[in-house]
Design a binder for this molecule. Structure first.
Ligand code: ATP
Ligand code: MG
Length: 332
């Protein structure tokens, strides 16, 4: 078993990242210590415009936030992509395997490039190929991600299959996506049809793990909802995306089902539900925030963790890259 997953240092960790990905990462690490690699995807972050000063401090802050959330750098390998050059080297080899038609079908590129598709970077278009390299480099068997990454993971499997077939080798293991069941897709607090994202320009659209108690309460209070009371069971949320999202967040954070949440609040309005949701989030997130503040007191220690993680990752990455080069007839 080999578990690999990453997160972009494009902003603060939010509740979607936490419930959709990080909770699963921690569970995998605890069940399979020594077999997990988690990385800060700084090479992915530069596919869109980024302020260099902000990016470098984001890498440290996100590292501290992951540790505060339960990632233990002794039991998992924690590192940033740039320090393991094999990610970029393998990505190039895979660029020559992936087909333009396959990438044209990727919905994230369409969303992120928006109206100016011709003006998007080649990196944003090729993003899923680098992502394939990220996991294939370590012969990942399991990749815990949110639902939005499912399509990219399927592409990684297609790339691995074609590479193995074209070269008549067994160079790459096919990775299995692990889409969590707790909260695979947390939606924006401002719009029930788009997912909560770090890169959403509206800070009110997301709960950041580092938001203080008052801000968390304010964001939930202002979250978009409808005027109906909560239904007695989750089936009653079918055409109510914003209400369904808040109920889903409550369920994920309290470890009970959406039906149980509905039963508890049946007939009550959001005036009663939102403060209960805010209290739950505050109770869950404030210990993470305090631990984060402690860790940020010692930035050199965070840098050492990243350095050590990268050295361990490079040692695992080198043999796969060499095998892939040989399979293509390259003298590496
Ligand atoms: P960006 O907007 O810059 O793409 P992001 O919020 O989408 O940032 P990523 O770094 O791209 O975050 O993704 C990190 C992990 O979090 C991935 O596994 C992704 O599937 C998961 N994830 C991101 N947003 C959500 C969400 N709203 N609900 C559940 N999981 C999510
Ligand atoms: Mg994303």
């Amino acid at each position: 078993m080999r578990v690999v997953s990453g997160i972009q240092p494009t902003g603060n960790l939010h509740l979607g990242n936490y419930l959709g990905a990080i909770v699963q990462w921690v569970a995998m690490q605890d069940a399979h210590p020594g077999e997990c690699l988690f990385f800060l995807a700084d090479l992915h972050a530069i596919t869109v415009r980024n302020d260099p000063a902000v990016l470098s401090s984001n890498v440290r802050e996100l590292t501290a936030a992951l540790i505060a959330s339960g990632i233990d750098p002794d039991r998992s390998i924690l590192f940033n992509q740039t320090r393991v050059p094999q990610h970029s080297e393998l990505a190039w080899l895979l660029m020559c395997t992936a087909r333009i038609g396959w990438l044209n079908r990727m919905t994230q590129f369409k969303e992120k490039s928006g109206k100016d598709r011709e003006g998007a970077s080649i990196g944003l278009f090729g993003y899923p190929v680098l992502q394939a390299a990220d996991v294939l480099l370590y012969q990942a068997t399991h990749v815990p991600v949110g639902e939005d990454q499912k399509q990219h993971l399927e592409l990684a499997r297609d790339i691995a299959t074609k590479f193995n077939l074209d070269t008549g080798t067994e160079t790459f293991t096919l990775p299995e996506p692990m889409i969590g069941t707790i909260a695979p897709r947390v939606m924006s607090l401002r719009d029930g049809s788009s997912k909560m994202s770090k890169s959403d320009p509206s800070d009110m659209s997301r709960i950041n793990l580092m938001d203080d108690d008052d801000l968390i309460a304010q964001k939930f209070r202002k979250a978009r909802t409808d005027a109906e009371p909560l239904p007695g069971e989750a089936a009653g949320l079918a055409d109510r995306p914003e209400a369904a999202n808040l109920v889903g967040i409550y369920a994920a954070m309290s470890g009970i089902s959406r039906d149980q949440v509905c039963a508890e609040f049946a007939g009550k309005g959001f005036g009663a539900f939102k403060p209960a949701l805010a209290d739950l989030a505050v109770a869950k997130l404030s210990p993470i925030r305090s631990r984060f503040a402690e860790l940020m007191q010692d930035v050199p220690a965070i840098d050492r963790i990243l350095e050590d993680g990268a050295a361990r990752a490079r040692a695992l990455a080198a043999p796969t890259l060499a095998t892939a080069q040989q399979a293509l007839g390259l003298h590496g």
